[in-house]
Design a protein around this ligand. Sequence first.
Ligand code: GLC
Ligand code: CA
Length: 556
Amino acid sequence: MNESQRKWWKEAVVYQIYPRSFKDSNGDGVGDLRGIIEKLDYIKSLGIDVVWLNPIFGSPNDDNGYDISDYRAIMNEFGTMADFDEMLEGMHERGIKLVLDLVVNHSSDEHEWFKQSRSSRENPYRNYYHWWDVEKGKPANRWSFFDVNADAWAFDEATKSYYLHYFSRKQPDLNWENPKVRQEVYDLMRFWFDKGIDGFRMDVITFISKDTTFPELPEKYDGNFVQYYAEGENRHEYLQEMNQAVLSKYDIMTVAEGPGTTAENVLEYVDESRNELNMSYHFEAIDLGLAEHHQRILDPNGWKLLDFKKVYSKWDAVFAEKGWGTIYLGNHDQPRMVTRWGNDAPEFREISSKMLSTFLMTMRGTPYYYFGDELGMTNIKFDKIEDYQDIMTINLHTLFEKEGRDVSQLLESHKITGRDNGRTPFQWNDSPNGGFTTGKPWLKVNPDYTEINVEAQENDPNSVLNYFRKIVKFRKDNPVLIYGKYTLVDEENPNVYAYTRELNGRKLLILLNFTEEESAAALDSDFQNVKVLLGNYSAPSIDGKLKPYEAVIFEV
Ligand code: GLC
Ligand code: CA
């Protein structure tokens, strides 16, 4: 590794906060910026470097802030611009950087641009969105993630035209082929950078460019459907333009939400010589074990560790020379890490949470760690649709009913895969509602808060929380874990994930048992003179025979 390849965002641990669910400061049941301000010392105590906040901008909240009606205002429920300034200053004083969410594939239908756009076919804002006039007949089918008919074209009576919305009807897609739209986006980005933020996570940025002739899709499309639907031919031109106009002017980081990106094409976004983005995150690992990806229906055969290892190893190799990767197991679109990838049964919840944190902090690539996973928070597993607040589950439920599909299959799967599982309020202590709010929480608090909460874990040196602090510090103290070469070991082992990391003559071996069985790793002769550096059991195994969900890091 040469010095010029070192970057602060490669060395950072990112902690993602879903502001709606972190801390409510005024008793209205919704988390807010003053709640984050109250908890800055807690955030600092984790040892993380960067906070990524989900959208905090003006929004009617059809999709919890991913439908923006004013890009330069703070959502009323979250507070004021003065609160934002104070929060940012509080983070910077503590050496924490702030990354915001850039949601510009679509806006809210309540954004002034869309109000203008839909008012007449001649309006100057008409071309800010994708319209299909009724005289041209019905547009070719486009699938929508959140539409109750799964139809991405909505008919608008006022101008007798259809508009495109890949997400909900209240999230019309912006027309990036219009240079004015792109300038508007660059302007609003400058507004936030000039306030001092340190980067953007870019929502579905692979969708911005589309074939605007909207041809019929092939009858059957294989695996990566995004290539037919989005990932238009101009996407790289636009990202390079954005880089030149805005990103290159600031010392900031960017990360693409990369639906549709593959190990074959991701470097087109993040190879530094192309001057586009810094990092991207893919869905290939997180979608393992799903029979139907977009509906989040589980495959009855579950997921296999062998596939998991294959995917992570393949993606690591992509960035061996160029670009930079990301590692995550949870976010606001995913369930709780321990339920999906570990084991949330009482006897294994803590140990498997610690094992997964070890995985995230010992891989190459910037770790994105989701708030609440540091406590080992679990899926709430709602059993009735009325408990859900998420437009995805609610609208899929309606769609399944309309199509006469098995609704119980959807509900069963969403107990494991549903997004609301990762959005239940943060558990601060064992007072009512876990200390999140004094009012009625916007989404039910997981009843396990009486046991799983910050206060209980602060006082326990062996808690999941204190292990997280330890493993974060361990990564930061050992550059081999950041920059070191990754090599998969004992490849065919179905229970154990084993790999080495090497840099400047140092070599670490990481062993992770992903099962509740005792499992042995097959190790070569190197393993004779090893030293244990860290483990998730108080007496780590030193012979490669691992206890359930055991994680051990050795110096080799
Ligand atoms: C991204 C966001 C998700 C949102 C969608 C539409 O996938 O992460 O939460 O619903 O885009 O903006
Ligand atoms: Ca509030």
